[in-house]
Design a protein around this ligand. Structure first.
Ligand SMILES: C[S@@+](CC[C@H](N)C(=O)[O-])C[C@H]1O[C@@H](n2cnc3c(N)ncnc32)[C@H](O)[C@@H]1O
Length: 332
């Protein structure tokens, strides 16, 4: 049984992720220069090279045909992973077999969803078709209606949209629909009276292709490299993050509570890890989703406690998704 309350006790209930940590990792990772120095949850610093050591392969490994071979990338640990002593004693996931310290963020070998080899013109045509299908859908009309019926003055204004993990446009129509919905949100949330005005939109997903970046830029969504989207967050941001492979909700709960959040519905504390499944990777048994992806925590729950919530219209691209809107605090 893994209880993340232990992490909250060890850290004195201080956030594990901070803007300074993300800025430091961003500087070292984007320049490829210097050493990465990251404190573990006990406050002890650990130094890393930018080039992570290769990981061992084992015949028992469950290869996932949908994911790439391992490449260097930023690795984010969820609170559940940090609380798991078994993992830190025995797991070789990040190369340091004996003493892998409990650090939240390092550069290590990672795997991302594979791109399908779609030529850019075909990808653009497919996105054009699917976004038009979304714009004409009853769910899109329902989403607009939900926002139009809100008393906007009761909610913290949104000035930009930051997206995480919406996936490559070469992947499937879920990813098309999610990006098209972001386009809709950027129009309906813009306060400008100018025809076609939209909010600035940013998106981070290491699996975007060059074609994805160009297509999204043509539709007003600017792709940012990992981890820069976290540095874009402010109190007037709408975060959109659907089934990301990293603990986006725990990171934003630590770094910046946004004005609004559209994500998988936030459930109770994920302390019931016995229910999660395991697989074999690098010769070891390890946990899979949501333990290693985007689990909840008490701070994640606290982040949305004062928010109005409404279900995102269910469709092929969204299911079990909730819209959280931060209410303006009444004047004292
Ligand atoms: C399970 S897929 C979900 C894709 C899509 N949102 C959906 O609902 O089908 C998880 C996504 O998280 C992305 N991801 C992995 N690391 C990430 C990171 N550091 N920042 C943002 N997205 C990341 C993966 O590349 C992948 O596209």
């Amino acid at each position: 049984m893994i209880n993340i309350a232990t992490i909250e006790t060890i850290t004195g209930n201080q956030p594990v992720y901070s803007r300074a940590l993300i800025e430091h990792v961003d500087t070292v990772w984007s320049t490829g220069k210097g050493k990465l120095v990251v404190n573990d949850i006990y406050g002890k610093p650990h130094e890393y090279d930018v080039d992570p050591p290769p990981l061992p392969r084992s015949p028992e490994d469950d290869d996932d045909d949908d994911y790439t071979p391992l490449v260097p990338g930023i690795c984010y640990a969820s609170y559940q992973q940090l609380a798991d002593n078994e993992r830190f004693d025995h797991d070789s996931e990040c190369g340091d077999d004996a003493n892998f310290p409990k650090v939240p963020m390092i550069i290590c070998m990672n795997s991302y969803p594979k791109h399908k080899n779609i030529i850019p013109e075909v990808a653009a045509a497919e996105y054009a078709k699917q976004r038009s299908s979304w714009f004409n859908s009853t769910e899109c009309a329902e989403l607009k209606q939900q926002f139009q019926s809100l008393e906007r003055q009761n909610f913290v204004p949104v000035c930009k949209i930051v997206c995480f993990g919406l996936g490559s446009l070469s992947r499937d129509i879920r990813c098309h629909g999610q990006h098209a919905a972001v386009e809709t949100l950027s129009s309906i949330l813009s306060d400008s009276q100018t025809e076609g005005a939209r909010l600035p939109c940013f998106a981070q997903d290491p699996c975007y292709t060059i074609a994805d970046k160009a297509i999204l830029a043509d539709h007003g969504i600017i792709v940012l490299p990992d981890p820069k989207a976290f540095l874009e967050l402010d109190a007037h941001t709408l975060v959109v993050s659907i089934c990301p492979d990293i603990p986006v909700r725990q990171i934003i709960a630590d770094v910046q509570w946004p004005a609004a959040l559209i994500c998988n519905t936030i459930e109770e504390d994920d302390t019931h890890l016995k229910e999660y499944t395991k697989h074999y990777l690098h010769g070891k048994e390890s946990w899979v989703s949501p333990y290693t992806t985007d689990p909840s925590s008490r701070r994640v729950q606290a982040m949305v406690e004062d928010c109005e919530d409404m279900p995102f219209p269910a469709c092929d691209s969204f299911g079990g998704t909730t819209i959280y809107l931060r209410r303006v605090k009444p004047e004292a």
